[in-house]
Design a protein around this ligand. Structure first.
Ligand SMILES: Cc1ncc(COP(=O)(O)O)c(C=O)c1O
Length: 454
């Protein structure tokens, strides 16, 4: 076979292929996610460092979404790369029923920094972490049903799509059995009350009634994104988590916090549940756990659950469970997070993000609301003074693709969806870089102001 049939140029090619050829081959021979391939306009990227990306043509782009809200320590962090290389030299892969230095070190480290969790089960990403957390809850309680919320995303596998409340679930239905969706305490077009106190009381009453109708003794767990991510960066009302914990305890239902997006410092605390003075029974992590340098997820569990699986079989496993290179990556990322005080930086610059959002809201009529907790932020846009969203739920508006193009042409990488866009830079960002991002947003919002209907 001549080399052209083997996909020449190969991995040792000296020259990069032209950008248009690279894009064309990616589109022709690989499948893109969550979209019809013909509509995808992939961003060609040659390299990344710190909070910036570079196209092959040398355009510098500020990464205002840490890719998938996940590159928390910034791109190409030398300490993480060094740890990964060291692990590659030392030991790349052994099967999960082995003991390794790195597994011992990371398990211990996580037990110290993830409050209330004594043991960890490693997966390849967030969806698998949620799959396993639900399985653990079911095996531990001997019950089957799971409560989940509508404004949530939990992953792209069949079970986690079924747990997901947003429109990404619809194409995977009929869903896995036993999942009950409930409204969030802060739904979009319905209000549980005017004050946090009212919202908590009414929502928890509604939830208890649902639990009674379903039969509390049949429900294994409730899964919640501690701070809802893609569906709004929604911080629960004050007091809600404590009330939820008490309600679930009353019925022996476990609490699973999905911190795949909110965890590892994003919100200004290592784990988002630390803001709310609760400890879940199980917590899931991924994304920031390795800053996406390597695919890795984890389920953290309380001592009682760990002890249960010391005596009873855990009916779950993965070829790549506890992959040494993934674990070494996570260890280095967490050490960087601690040593460079990135959690503090997230909290500190969260205040700057808040003031930038407030500044822009005063200036731009099209802003409906900016929300953030630490460096986890989103801005909603409106189309009129009645506060109607610029685009409907799961819909768009002709100006939204223009906004996305403006960001891209002006050197800002972020996500636009429906009537919102995200503000989730790496936690290593400086105040000046954060302001640089908001300066581009400031100019971009002239586009959405221009279609404001008054
Ligand atoms: C809250 C949440 N849970 C779970 C997942 C799924 O993680 P993964 O894509 O690593 O499977 C995501 C991914 O975006 C997420 O944001």
């Amino acid at each position: 076979m001549s080399s052209q049939y083997l996909g020449y140029p190969n991995e040792f090619a000296k020259e990069p292929m032209p950008t248009n050829e690279m894009v064309a081959l990616c589109k022709e021979h690989t499948l893109y996610t969550w979209s019809a391939g013909n509509t995808v306009n992939p961003l060609p990227i040659a390299r990344a460092e710190g909070v910036y990306l570079w196209t092959p043509e040398g355009q510098k782009i500020l990464d205002f979404n840490a890719q998938l809200m996940s590159v928390l320590v910034g791109h190409a962090h030398p300490r993480v790369i060094a740890a990964m290389k060291r692990q590659l030299d030392e030991l790349i892969f052994v099967y999960p029923q082995t003991a390794t230095q790195v597994r011992a070190r990371l398990g211990k480290l996580l037990s110290e920094i993830v409050p209330g969790m004594s043991s960890f089960f490693f997966t390849l990403g967030g969806a698998e972490a949620n799959e396993n957390a639900v399985k653990m809850a079911r095996l531990f309680t001997g019950r089957n049903k799971v409560l989940a919320r509508y404004r949530s995303y939990h992953g792209g596998t069949q079970l986690t799509m079924s747990l997901t409340g947003d429109p990404r679930r619809w194409a995977s239905e009929p869903a896995s059995p036993g999942i009950i969706h409930v409204m969030d305490p802060t739904p979009y077009e319905f209000n549980f009350g005017k004050t946090d106190e009212e919202r908590c009381a009414n929502h928890l009453t509604y939830l208890e009634e649902t639990i009674k109708m379903e039969g509390g003794h049949t429900i294994a767990a409730m899964i919640v994104e501690t701070v809802t991510g893609t569906n709004g960066v929604l911080v629960p009302p004050k007091g809600w988590f404590k009330g939820l914990r008490a309600l679930l305890d009353k019925y022996g239902i476990l609490l699973i916090c999905d911190e795949v997006m909110a965890g590892m410092g994003r919100t200004g605390k290592m784990m988002a549940y630390e803001h709310f003075d609760v400890v879940p029974d199980l917590v899931t992590m991924a994304k920031g756990l390795t800053s996406s340098y390597f695919p890795l997820g984890a389920v953290g569990m309380k001592k009682a659950i760990h002890e249960h699986f010391q005596k009873n079989v855990y009916w779950g496993g993965l070829t790549y469970n506890s992959h040494p290179v993934g674990l070494a990556t996570a260890e280095a990322v967490l050490r960087v997070t601690i040593d460079e005080k990135l959690v503090d930086n997230s909290a500190k610059l969260g205040a700057v993000m808040r003031s930038e959002m407030d500044r822009l809201q005063k200036k731009h009529v099209s802003i409906l609301e900016g929300r953030n907790i630490g460096l986890f932020g989103m801005i909603d846009l409106r189309k009129n003074s009645k506060n109607e969203p610029l685009a409907p739920y799961n819909g768009s508006h002709p100006v939204m693709p223009k906004l996305a193009t403006f960001f891209r042409d002006n050197g800002l990488f972020t996500f636009t969806r429906w009537n919102n866009f995200t503000c989730n830079p790496p936690l290593t960002i400086t105040e000046a870089q954060l302001k640089e991002g908001f300066a581009i947003i400031d100019r971009a919002l002239e586009l959405t102001d221009a279609v404001f209907e008054g």
